[in-house]
Design a protein around this ligand. Structure first.
Ligand SMILES: *Cc1c(COP(=O)(O)O)cnc(C)c1O
Length: 431
């Protein structure tokens, strides 16, 4: 037999293959060259037939130029931080397509003059929260809070309850953010209790505002006391409320989540929130409140550093004015319907020991830490977990009682067939 090193084709010959050229046009040279190098190494080791190198390269290539993988969210966590928070609606994905090219984000096509950036998105937000006199959108929730603090409280102090000195996750602590833009924190009350008189006693001539932060990822239970926004709004300085979750109006299943509308009606002068939690939109930060205050924030030099991109503006508009988001659909799902889906899927996978079971789901990083959502799951042998998680599409469930549970609440029903296919593939050891 020939020495495989001598019959291994040269790199430039493989790259000239029409199928490989087509892949270069689609994915770029770097990705394809890497695949060519890998396949040629295997060819030299005798693992790939020299006449099949081009075909092996094409087979080894990723489907697209992003290494991000699609995941079927079977975790039972509706807004999953590690899975990119809220999945976008089809309407928002469609909007992204348009915004990705040249688009009139800052041009008024009727007059031919420069237009206000994202005006339609801001109008949709304004319409969704009629209690807000002004609205502005920035890069994320933290940016919204940073802008408010930088503009209103740099060199001044912010009064905040000790129980609201919150860490959101991944080491992001709200008090450190406020200090990083030049505010001094004046902490009042204790971890579990704070009174109106605590706030009133802490306010002085250097106080910019009182900040109320919604504890969106934990709950303090028992001997607790907090001061409602309505009472705080009677104090001598503005009240700013970070509601976190981005709920614009009250949700019946989430009675403890504050909504932007309710907080503004209670007297908050400004509200900040995230776009990619319960609102179900792209990553962005919402600023809502008194018109003059919002205008001051919008026109401040620092605002430019926090500017939201055109993709997020397009997706946010579609989120606000389009059909219900996947998050909204998940929160509205009925346990009987989830149960029926689980039974249908389990019957198709009965050969692998699948059964439909009840499951308890959660809202997740988006908020409502105390809320348990009644749900249903497909229970499978735990051995499938690793293969499903590394398959295509990846399926992420959770282990419970020695079984792998695939919860359906956060999985749009249109993906049920994909879940079934993924389990078949995992069982066969394909991926
Ligand atoms: C999530 C959250 C933030 C941070 O928002 P990002 O969009 O992640 O920057 C700030 N405050 C609260 C209360 C939150 O829940």
């Amino acid at each position: 037999m020939d020495d495989p090193r001598r019959v291994t084709p040269r790199t430039d010959v493989v790259l000239a293959d029409p199928d490989v050229q087509a892949a270069v046009a689609r994915l770029g040279k770097r990705i394809v060259k890497q695949a060519v190098d890998d396949v040629l190494d295997r060819c030299r080791r005798g693992e790939v037939d020299p006449s099949h190198v081009a075909a092996a390269v094409v087979a080894a290539l990723p489907a697209r130029a992003t290494s991000l993988r699609a995941v079927l969210n079977a975790t039972g966590v509706v807004v999953h931080t590690n899975l990119g928070r809220a999945p976008l609606s089809a309407a928002a994905v469609d909007a992204l397509q348009v915004a990705a090219g040249a688009t009139d984000v800052e041009l008024d096509l009727v007059s031919g003059r420069r237009g206000r950036r994202g005006r339609a998105t801001l109008a949709a937000l304004q319409a969704a929260v009629p209690d807000a006199g002004g609205v502005h959108v920035v890069n994320n929730g933290a940016a919204a809070l940073a802008l408010v603090t930088c503009v209103l409280a740099s060199g001044k102090n912010v009064v905040i309850a000790r129980g609201e000195l919150v860490e959101i996750g991944d080491g992001f602590r709200i008090p450190e953010l406020l200090e990083s833009v030049g505010a001094t924190l004046r902490e009042v009350g204790t971890t579990n209790r704070v009174k109106l008189s605590d706030y009133a006693g802490a306010i002085d001539a250097e106080t910019a505002f009182v900040l109320k932060v919604h504890p969106s990822n934990f709950r303090v239970e028992g001997f607790t006391a907090a001061v409602p926004v309505r009472e705080l709004s009677g104090l001598s300085v503005p009240v700013v409320v970070d509601i976190g979750s981005g709920l614009l109006a009250a949700h019946p299943r989430l009675p403890d989540e504050p909504s932007a509308g309710a907080v503004l009606r209670a007297g908050a002068r400004l509200v900040t929130a995230s776009g990619d939690k319960l609102l179900g939109g792209p990553q962005c930060g919402l600023l809502l409140g008194e018109r003059e205050l919002v205008e001051r924030l919008r026109t401040h030099p620092f605002a430019r550093a926090l500017r939201v991109d055109k993709l997020a503006l397009a997706a946010l508009e579609a989120t606000l004015s389009g059909p219900p988001t996947p998050v909204a659909v998940a929160l509205a799902s009925r346990p009987e319907e989830l149960r029926r889906r689980a039974e249908r899927i389990a019957s198709e996978l009965a050969a692998y020991g699948a059964v439909a079971v009840e499951s308890t789901a959660a809202v997740g990083g988006g908020g409502a830490p105390g809320v348990e959502l009644e749900s249903a799951a497909v229970s499978l042998p735990a051995e499938l977990n690793d293969r499903l998680r590394t398959g295509t599409p990846a399926v992420v469930g959770y282990l419970h009682g020695g079984r792998l549970l695939l919860d359906l609440i956060a999985l749009p029903a249109i993906h049920d067939p994909h879940l079934v296919d993924a389990v078949h593939k995992a069982e066969k050891g394909e991926g």
